[in-house]
Design a protein around this ligand. Structure first.
Ligand code: GLU
Length: 445
């Protein structure tokens, strides 16, 4: 790392003790930014990096609620409003027992660059709670969401901060959150949340967008090597919203998607994952992959273990952070891996990224490859602002344009900085310069 940046990084790490994931996200970005500061000493003078690493506002609050047996439960809620240089804070809410400030800050920090890369007018933010929705009834989830919003409402708004879904937060949760916001404020403010249902201000393609976008981005990377998804052997990790839609899109482009996973195990389905059944099991019944395996029949279900033991030419990690480590990366590379498109946020460890890059594998980092979700959220905001709703075809066309645009911008930036094909460098520099220029123009705030 550049010596000037190293000193700033050390201070950031020291000021944010115990936040391993945030440290990882910061270090990964700083490693790309040396050459930018050679060209733009004004960014250093204006302390752009120091300011970028300090969220504009961090909100932590108590979320009390009662479970179905009448017992009081207490969770912790978070919203980190990281950077508003380009637009209102924008980013999802994650409900998962592992959520703490370090996770929310890593996600929020990544979101700044991701949102900048989309070219849409959105700043970066993220939030969530250590609430575990698994095994909770609809009524419990509703009471939790209502209590969460009873505090959060005062901090958000269509011009201020626009939350959406993430792990553990889908259409059901967004519905309960929106209902409570509307009740407290007495405003039908559609643009305050994205990922809404289609009959009450949502956008077509938003549910599919992150998974579809990841595959579109990966397809563009493959195209630079004169190939495509057609005939690839694809392994996807996860089986939530992002994973399911990545499977569907990869299949529509002619790939054989042979495996996916959940936190209990993974399934190998050599005939190709049955997306309709997977949707039914995961989204309608809120079941597990084990149930998919039982109903599908003739497939292998492995309890525990890692889905990255399954050979692939294209890997799409769509589960969670740090799910793919250096050893798994090396094994995949030895067995013919050609490309990786990250559908999740920071799913590859730094070791894994190094292995992919040394081996010349096409590697699309999450902040570029999975930006289709938040980009389509921005399209949802546009529709809300104009009280309009677009067709599936039109919206998907916009998504495709945006993903191809992100790909091309990352590729051009990597080339401009002398490292053609390095999408990590391209994404970090491309996102950073846009935000830094806006911060410079807006003065010391
Ligand atoms: N949580 C998604 C992400 O990581 C989407 C955020 C949004 O739609 O605002 O980008």
């Amino acid at each position: 790392m550049d010596a000037r940046l190293e000193a700033i990084k050390d201070t950031v790490l020291m000021r944010n003790p115990g936040e391993a994931e945030f440290h990882q996200a910061v270090v990964e970005v700083f490693e790309s930014l040396g050459p930018v500061h050679d060209r733009h000493p004004e960014f250093l003078e204006a302390a752009i990096l120091e300011r970028l690493c300090e969220p504009e506002r961090q909100i932590i609050f108590r979320v009390p609620w009662t479970d179905d047996s009448g017992r009081v439960q207490i969770n912790r809620g978070f919203r980190v409003e990281f950077n508003s240089a380009l637009g209102p804070y924008k980013g999802g809410l994650r409900f998962h027992p592992s959520v703490y400030l370090g996770i929310v800050k890593f996600l929020g920090f990544e979101q700044i660059f991701k949102n900048a890369l989309t070219g849409m007018p959105i700043g970066g933010g993220k939030g969530g709670s250590d609430f575990d929705p698994r095994g909770r009834s609809d009524a419990e989830v509703m009471r939790f969401c209502q209590s969460f919003m009873t505090e959060l409402y005062r901090h958000i708004g269509e011009y201020t901060d626009v939350p959406a879904g993430e792990i553990g937060v889908g259409g059901r949760e967004i519905g309960y959150l929106f209902g409570q916001y509307k009740r407290i404020t007495n405003r039908y403010e559609s643009g305050v949340l994205t990922g809404k249902g289609i009959s009450w201000g949502g956008s077509l393609v938003r549910p599919e967008a992150t998974g579809f976008g990841t595959v579109i981005f990966t397809q563009e990377m493959l195209r630079t090597r004169g190939t495509s998804f057609d005939g690839q052997r694809v392994v996807v990790s996860g089986s939530g919203n992002v994973a399911i839609n990545a499977v569907a899109k990869a299949q529509s482009l002619g790939a054989a998607v042979v495996a996916c996973s959940d936190s209990s195990g993974y399934v190998v389905d050599e005939a190709g994952i049955d997306v309709a059944l997977l949707r039914e099991v995961k989204e309608v019944q809120r079941g597990r992959l084990k149930d998919y395996a039982e109903r599908r029949g003739g497939v292998t279900y492995v309890d525990g273990g890692s889905v990255w033991d399954v050979d692939a030419t294209v890997a799409l990690p769509c589960a969670t952070q740090n799910e793919l480590d250096g050893a798994a990366a090396a094994r995949l590379v030895r067995n013919g891996l050609v490309a990786v498109g990250e559908g999740a946020n920071m799913p590859s460890t730094r070791d894994a990224v190094a292995v992919f890059q040394e081996a010349g594998v096409l590697f699309g980092p999450g902040k570029a490859a999975n930006a289709g979700g938040v980009a389509t959220s921005a399209l949802e905001m546009q529709q809300n602002a104009s009280r309009d709703s677009w067709s599936f075809e039109h919206t998907e066309e916009r998504l495709t344009e945006i993903m191809v645009g992100i790909h091309d911008r990352c590729a051009a930036t990597a080339e401009e900085y002398g490292e053609p094909g390095n999408y990590v460098l391209g994404a970090n520099i491309g996102g950073f310069v846009k935000v830094a220029d806006a911060m410079l123009a807006q003065g010391l705030i």
